[in-house]
Design a protein around this ligand. Structure first.
Ligand code: GDP
Length: 524
């Protein structure tokens, strides 16, 4: 292996998926501390976005430089170069959150032990599943009373449909939390003990030897019973199934007290894949190939309102990026010089000079790029596989405030839709425009950018939450349109129904068995 290939192999690029408050920020911070990327705990936390009103958006974006700078956090740990790609959540939840998952090679799912699998985790999980990337589970907040660990495993299986393999197992929880029984390292890690004494090795039967106060605890006995149960009746350990995303290794810990996090990180890096090949129009692109290529998975606009510049985030899929290099934009055939690029670090934004497969770089964009664009030095200008369509869940009717500004209005909408900021649908009956999004923020950004970039005030009317299902074969009787099943066309002229709720969807399916519907996020 040459030095370039070694560089690529050292990359571990992943995202953390979770529901708000599960502890993503806390765990990220601890990971960065281990990696020496930040000096003080609290650095990431301080950057968390607060609540904000629509009108404040620009201002917030500016202040948010931070939440933006933490888009990718890179640090060295042991022999690895770790890239944590931030998945914006909370009020920031949007299609970009999903798209970020297209740019990583694995995902870490953080679950609050008391809450189990929550809504946002489930949505993000689905996207990871669709890609078949390995998913690692960290069950957090063991220092608090939570659900029974066996119940949590059952939930993973029932709610998410993924099998699990506990790499370690909690000994008690909450006030009685004693630590974890670490199956992977065959040791016990004690919660209430610091320093080297924290770890007690187990014998080959997986039991404590000699005398130890823990041996008298009924919790230890219970743990041994549960471990026996897992050994006998639990899922079998399989490195291949972990790699295929069919089996999730499960770790228990408490991010807040920095317990179990390093144990998790060490094991995670043993399993987390290095950059993987990517499908393209000319077959799989090998990350170890030296010919530079990558794709854009996210465009962040208005970071600097004065200049209206945007940052396009590019995942490098092969070769090496060098500042000032010329690349081809496959969609247009244009050659572009990558003179200014930014990589986002935890502590500061710094200009990056080189980066390799697996890394993510931010490119200044003056309007050249769209989401999904391929950049490559290859002369045959292949294209990476299209990014999937994500099912929008919230809808708004949109029109121009000033009828004389229709031209600006259409231009603005078309560009923003093409760029991937929001999805556009047209009702078949009234030819009204409906915007679809996965998060409220997308509407706010849309409204703001229409005003500032296209000089158009828009009227937005809430249509509310809908379940969007596309029509297979794209043939449908337009008379099936009703208020509870609104028939629309997407921007590719594909038919879809927007259902009032689950009930309306089922009712429709019962009445119209010939109309085959699908959800693009269920994978086909
Ligand atoms: P995020 O929204 O997923 O980024 O969650 P945060 O990291 O901000 O954590 C949400 C809240 O849970 C904060 O008040 C944290 O201090 C708290 N928290 C995080 N990890 C733990 C933990 O291991 N134990 C306990 N008791 N609280 C935690």
């Amino acid at each position: 292996m040459n030095s370039f290939q070694k560089e690529v192999q050292s990359r571990k690029t992943f995202a953390i998926i979770s529901h708000p408050d599960a502890g993503k920020t806390t765990i990220t911070e601890k990971l960065l501390l281990f990696g020496g990327a930040i000096r003080d705990a609290g650095t990431v936390k301080a950057r968390k976005t607060g609540k904000f009103a629509t009108s404040d958006w620009m201002e917030i974006e500016k202040q948010r430089g931070i939440s933006v700078t933490s888009s990718v956090m890179q640090f060295d740990y042991k022999d690895c170069k770790v890239n944590i790609v931030d998945t914006p959540g909370h009020q920031d939840f949007s299609e970009d959150t999903y798209r970020t998952l297209m740019a990583v090679d694995s995902a870490v799912m953080v679950v609050d032990a008391a809450k189990g699998i929550e809504d946002q985790t489930m949505k993000l999980f689905k996207v990871c599943r669709m890609r078949g990337i390995p998913i690692f589970t960290f069950i957090n907040k063991m220092d608090r009373q939570g659900k029974e660990p066996l119940e949590l495993l059952a939930e993973l299986e029932e709610v998410l449909g993924i099998e699990s393999y506990p790499m370690n197992w909690p000994i008690g929880m909450g006030k009685d939390f004693e630590g974890i029984y670490d199956r992977y390292n065959n040791r016990i890690e004690q919660f209430k003990v610091d320093g080297d004494d924290r770890y007690i090795p187990l014998n080959e039967d997986g039991e404590l030897e000699g005398s130890h106060p823990l041996m008298d605890s009924p919790l230890y006995e219970q743990t041994l019973d549960e471990i026996m149960l897992l050994n006998e009746a639990g899922n079998e350990y399989s490195v291949e199934r972990i790699a295929d995303g069919e089996l999730t290794p499960v770790f228990f810990g408490s991010a807040l007290t920095t317990f179990g996090v390093q144990t998790f990180l060490d094991a995670f890096l043993d399993f987390a894949p290095s950059p993987q090949p990517r499908q393209s129009s000319k077959g799989d692109i090998d990350p170890l190939s030296e010919e530079f290529s990558g794709f854009i998975f996210k465009i962040q606009a208005n970071m600097n309102p004065k200049h209206r510049d945007r940052i396009a985030f590019l995942r490098i899929c092969s070769g090496k990026f060098e500042r000032g290099m010329s690349v081809n934009l496959s969609r247009t055939g244009k050659s572009i010089n990558l003179s200014s690029s930014t990589q986002f670090m935890a502590d500061e934004r710094e200009t990056v000079n080189t980066a390799v497969s697996g890394d993510i770089i931010g490119l200044y964009d003056t309007g050249n790029y769209q989401i999904g664009d391929t950049l490559t030095v290859s002369r045959d200008m292949f294209q990476f596989e299209k990014l999937p369509q994500f099912t929008p869940e919230i809808f708004m009717k949109v029109s121009a405030k000033n009828v004389l500004k229709q031209k600006h209005f259409h231009k603005g909408i078309n560009q923003l839709v093409q760029e991937g900021a929001i999805q556009l649908f047209k009702t078949v009956t009234m030819e009204e425009y409906l915007l679809g999004a996965v998060g409220q923020l997308q509407f706010e950004v849309f409204e703001n950018r229409m005003k500032n970039e296209y000089n158009t005030d828009v009227i937005m009317e809430r249509v509310g939450n809908k379940m969007a299902r596309w029509v297979e074969g794209n043939e449908v009787d337009e008379k099936l349109n009703s208020s509870r099943s609104i028939l629309v066309k997407d921007r590719y002229d594909q038919y879809a129904f927007l259902f009032e709720n689950e009930f309306a969807l089922r009712w429709f399916q019962d009445k119209n068995p010939d109309v085959k519907l699908y959800n693009p996020m269920d994978g086909k």
